[in-house]
Design a protein around this ligand. Sequence first.
Ligand SMILES: *[C@@H]1O[C@H](CO)[C@@H](O)[C@H](O)[C@H]1NC(C)=O
Ligand SMILES: *[C@@H]1O[C@H](CO)[C@@H](O)[C@H](O)[C@H]1NC(C)=O
Length: 297
Amino acid sequence: MASLLFFGSLLFLSGAALGSNNSIPLVLWHGMGDNCCNPLSMGSIKKMVEDKLPGIYVLSLMIGKTIAEDTESGFFVDVNKQVDIACEKIAQDPKLKGGYNAMGFSQGAQFLRAVAQRCPVPPMKNLISVGGQHQGVYGLPRCPGESSHICDWIRRALDSGAYTDAVQKRLVQAQYWHDPINSDLYKQHSLFLADINQERVVNETYKKNLMSLEKFVMVKFLKDTVVDPVISEWFGFFKPGQAKETETLQESALYKEDRLGLAQMDKAGKLVFLFSDGDHLQFDQAWFNAKLIPYLQ
Ligand SMILES: *[C@@H]1O[C@H](CO)[C@@H](O)[C@H](O)[C@H]1NC(C)=O
Ligand SMILES: *[C@@H]1O[C@H](CO)[C@@H](O)[C@H](O)[C@H]1NC(C)=O
């Protein structure tokens, strides 16, 4: 997906002079339509990180046996199953056993949050969400990259009934589809997002695990044309019962009731809200180095 990332310049100074090899390992999870190993997206993120932090171990998650399967999984494999697979890969990797930082792109960010909440061993230290949709989406105005034919199909499937079992089980995007007008349907039938956002029950384990993060960094893209509403990238959403006015995380019931520990994390200075002035997942290397590298050291 060539348009995933836009780098004004790929020139940078080698970080080799820094020389040390005590960086915390990093786990990456790609976004919709992308895969673990695309040299233009995750591959270049990996390279940027390795150049700044020489010797760092970077694991870019692949769900499935091949790169093509990994891309397809992003559309068609039950998210709960994908999270299980990710947890297993992370637990089995000897290089991660002392803990790791995690960076998720777009839907990969909410999937990594589920990893933090469900799989505390080994410990995730910082979670960096780059354009993730923590309150889901209610609209898919534009698909990223070359997936537009798939997006048309997805929109039709979601229109026909996002919360029917058949669509929930077969379509990843339905599992974070959040209809603010029919919020009871969402709460009852969303197999993934309503679960990790504690809409049905408050799972104290989820709360405890999320609160164990050192930092939860969320990046919002100010000119995002892919995610609706964009404030979901900062864990906000539409105010209940309508789809026009939005509310911030701090204004939401989730925060006020502190069902997920986010209010406590906020007060402890663990939540970090960053923005990039571009469209979905668009930033340049200078921005990445200045804003995100500090959370990987
Ligand atoms: C840095 O340390 C990691 C983990 O201990 C190791 O896997 C990696 O090979 C080392 N890299 C270098 C360049 O020494
Ligand atoms: C809470 O989450 C943990 C970890 O995923 C799970 O084992 C447990 O069954 C969940 N409890 C409830 C009540 O859902």
